[in-house]
Every structure is written in structure tokens, then in C-alpha cells.
Design a binder for this molecule. Structure first.
Ligand code: URA
Length: 230
């Protein structure tokens, strides 16, 4: 790849600015300063500001989403993207969340620039399990366990029943719910349907990935290996 294409593709600067970066000696190939932005190099041989190209094979990151930020590029207020390095957002392929969490939901959120990865994880055919933990404003009725497992619960305003979901009641007003699909405000709507409106909600697992294993404070992120979802 050309050096100017590398610098813009991976979010360092625009193609136009690449000549300046080269001139300032910020780019080396096999340890030798590059002389021209149009020179070609293998990605693995390139250092920018002394460091290898970040996420050369695609960006795959787990974020501990804090409360109060929105999974959107456009909306007003604080966005999850404000928590990420600007360089990632400048990458040629748009960076996006894998599905969404509500503004007032915290927890495990995946971020990537790989559209096929987003599709694979959010496709209704895949049924990747997602686990949510929550506290409700009222005791959770024990009958909800069978109701959710039955695959017969129809949410208000919908006609297709929810897929079977596993509810575990962990305390009178607290529970853990495993979903195999992702409908709008699904956990809140399912719990409201059984008379136990959600007060606080956190996603703790997506497929094999557990937030507890990542040691991330709210707002922190780490790289993940996407092949764990294959
Ligand atoms: N269900 C919800 O109600 N909210 C979320 O953010 C995710 C699942």
C-alpha cells in the first residue's frame, strides 16, 4: 500500500497531510525514514511516530459503556464515540457499535470498523446470547421464568413472540436475563410486561465474552480477539 493511503486508511491524517507527516520524519519502513508519501510498503514494516500501525487487521474493541452516553454518531449530548481515540474515528471504514445499548444502560459494548463482523453478531439468524443484569422497582414474579422460556411472550405493539429467554431471579427485585435476539428496549419491555419495571440495567456478557473478565472501569476499553465469536 502507498504510505499516504496507509496514513489515511488507519486514521493518522488525510492523504493530503501525508506529505507533511513524511517530511517531518514520522514514518519509517524497516527502520528507515520514508522520503515520499507515494512510496509503497508492507503494513507490518511501517512505524508511525515510532509505533506499529494500530489495528492493521481491523478494529475490534470491547467498551465498558457508562450510563448517560448514546450509541449514535449523530445525536446531541454525550456519545459513546466521544470515549474513543479520534484516530479510530478517522479510519477509512466507519467505526460503529455492534448493536446498541440504551443511553441509561451500562455494560459490555463492542466497537468495530468491520461491517461483516457487525452483521454476523447482530444477524437474527445467529442468536448470539447476551446477558443482562438488572434491578426492578417491584418483586419479580416467579411465573416470569416460565413465561419468558415459553417463547410465547408478545410485547406491547408487536405481533411476533419473543424467542425463548432464560430468566434467573437473583434477589426479590433483581435478575439476570439471557436473550438470543435484540429488540428495541427488550429487557425493559419484557420486565414491564410482567409487572417489574427495570430501574437499572447492565449488559454483562455477549456470547463467550464476559465484562467481569475484562477488568474495565466504566468508559474504559480493550482490544478483543474477534475469532472468539466465530
Ligand atoms: N434491553 C433494553 O431494554 N435496553 C438495552 O440497552 C438493551 C437491552
Amino acid at each position: 500500500m502507498r504510505i499516504d493511503a496507509i496514513l489515511s486508511r488507519f486514521g493518522y491524517c488525510s492523504r493530503r497531510e501525508a506529505a507533511q507527516w513524511v517530511k517531518r520524519g514520522r514514518v519509517t519502513v524497516k527502520g528507515v525514514a520514508v522520503k515520499s508519501a507515494s512510496a509503497k510498503a508492507e503494513l507490518g514494516d511501517v512505524l508511525v511516530n515510532g509505533a506499529p500501525i494500530e489495528f492493521p487487521d481491523g478494529l475490534y474493541v470491547a467498551l465498558h459503556k457508562p450510563l448517560g452516553c448514546t450509541c449514535s454518531h449523530r445525536e446531541e449530548g454525550e456519545l459513546v464515540y466521544d470515549l474513543l481515540p479520534q484516530q479510530w474515528l478517522n479510519r477509512g471504514d466507519g467505526v460503529s457499535t455492534v448493536g446498541r445499548l440504551d443511553k441509561e444502560t451500562s455494560g459490555l459494548l463492542l466497537i468495530t470498523d468491520d461491517g461483516a463482523f457487525v452483521h454476523a453478531l447482530t444477524s437474527p439468524k445467529r442468536h448470539v446470547p447476551k446477558v443482562y443484569e438488572f434491578e426492578c422497582a417491584a418483586p419479580i414474579p416467579s411465573a416470569a421464568v416460565a413465561q419468558f422460556a415459553s417463547g410465547e411472550l408478545v410485547l406491547h405493539g408487536e405481533t411476533t413472540p419473543c424467542l425463548p429467554a432464560e430468566l434467573e431471579i437473583t434477589a426479590e427485585c433483581c435478575g439476570r436475563l439471557t436473550l438470543h435476539e435484540g429488540r428495541y428496549h427488550q429487557v425493559r419491555r419484557m420486565m414491564a410486561a410482567v409487572g417489574a419495571p427495570v430501574l437499572s440495567l447492565m449488559r454483562t456478557e455477549i456470547g463467550p465474552l464476559k465484562l467481569a473478565d475484562l477488568n474495565l472501569a466504566p468508559g474504559e476499553w480493550c482490544a478483543i480477539d474477534p475469532t472468539m465469536f466465530a
